[in-house]
Design a protein around this ligand. Sequence first.
Ligand code: NDP
Length: 309
Amino acid sequence: MRILLHRADGVTEPWVRDFAELLPEAEVVVWQEGASIAPCDYAVLWMPPEALLAELAQVKAIFLTGAGADAILKYGDALPPVPIIRLGDAGMAIQMAEYVTYFVLRYFRRFDDYEQQARSGTWAQLAQHRKEDFSIGVMGMGVLGMGVIDALLPFGFPVRGWSRSPKQVDGVQCFSGAESLGEFLSGTRVLVCMLPLTPDTHNLLDRARLSLLPQGAYLINVARGGHVAEPDLLALVRSGHIAGAALDVFSEEPLPAAHPFWDEPRIGITPHISALTIRTESIRQMAGKIRALENGEPVADVVDRTRGY
Ligand code: NDP
């Protein structure tokens, strides 16, 4: 069995080593532009360059080393009609839960305000927020969104979730579909974006929708930069309608040095690290799925190309 590996960061050696240990029956071939490559059975990649697509003609399945499929589905019909299989958690859900919990507590306990005060040597106790005024709205109740919800529920915040299909989750006010988005947003104090990027969700958080959040709301975007109309968000933060935003993802990454987000103290920036791919855990998951496919068994986390996730 041959596996074609592409790493956008060029760091392939640890991946080859872990595959040798966890799937010793496979030979891993590292993709190099221009090199002639014998046909492979499976491909393991993330954001493949267009030149790689020709090598996918004979693979039985494409494995993504991330949870989102937007970076490959953009190639549309140029992709072979084989299963595209994303990571399902593989150690990312707990990282998302950590990241989002940190920012929710930072805003709720006003640690951002206390940090500002400390910079000017100000000793002043600020009014506490009330939990009942601090509802958390999680957009996307999938593998990672549910991890975030499970982490936040024990704190006693009112938690609401929004998904495409209707759901019932104990302790969570559930909303589904475009028709309920307005009601979901207008009752959400801290909006957490955990959606996949699809044609339906691209630019979803524009001025009109962000304005539905109550005055003094917060945004935590750990999904994709393409979900947010960035100039609209900046205007709403500057106007004070949005009291703060924690952004891990941007429409252009790395975020350009001249981007106005860098100069806005109410916008927290991290470089797409809210949930990193954990290599060994991911390869273990892929190895299990490759063995299942070889045995003709079904596997989880196959991307639905029509839905876009
Ligand atoms: P899942 O596919 O498990 O969950 C997606 C959720 O979004 C589902 O609940 C789905 O609804 C909902 N959804 C999709 N489209 C819509 C829509 N149009 N309207 C309402 N709800 C919608 O994905 P994961 O939880 O595993 O991952 C989510 C995203 O997180 C990934 O696609 C990726 O882009 C991002 N990500 C970001 C990382 C980072 O480091 N910043 C790391 C990893 C992932 P339903 O349940 O009805 O299907």
